[in-house]
Ligand binder design. Structure first.
Ligand code: SF4
Ligand code: SF4
Length: 119
């Protein structure tokens, strides 16, 4: 369907968010999961995002960051990861016991290693 047709009623169909495993970069996800195995337990409820201190002052969303790790969307990750203040409030509300602070630290570490070709 052409874009013009799909916009006829004032809305459009979202761009496909399917993950292409042939092109998606899995290195960061693998590193984070190895460093912090509880990352596997995240079921994207958004509790951490609702409680997040940084999210009240900046466009930061931990749930979105977790999704970007899984999808290998590294450009968005690079922007997001610097916004976390590592206060640990999200740790207290996560119903799955994900060590969210470690997830953020491991992500930052993975991106640094990737930039230095160490991953
Ligand atoms: S609160 Fe825990 S389970 Fe929910 S999105 Fe955050 S990390 Fe994932
Ligand atoms: S540790 Fe980071 S993600 Fe968690 S509540 Fe604090 S600022 Fe938000």
């Amino acid at each position: 369907m052409s874009e013009q047709k799909s916009n006829r009623f004032g809305f459009a169909i979202n761009r496909s968010r399917a993950i292409n495993y042939d092109t998606s970069d899995r290195k960061v996800r693998e590193y984070v999961t190895l460093r912090e195995p509880s990352f596997r337990l995240c079921f994207a409820c958004g509790g951490c995002t609702a409680a997040c201190t940084a999210g009240q002052h900046a466009p930061f969303n931990l749930r979105r960051m977790n999704t970007c790790i899984r999808r290998g969307e590294l450009d968005t990750l690079r922007e997001e990861v610097t916004r976390c203040m590592l206060c640990g409030k999200c740790l207290l509300v996560c119903p799955r016991g994900v060590n969210t602070r470690n997830v953020v630290s491991a992500t930052a570490e993975a991106l640094r290693k990737l930039d230095r070709n160490e991953l």
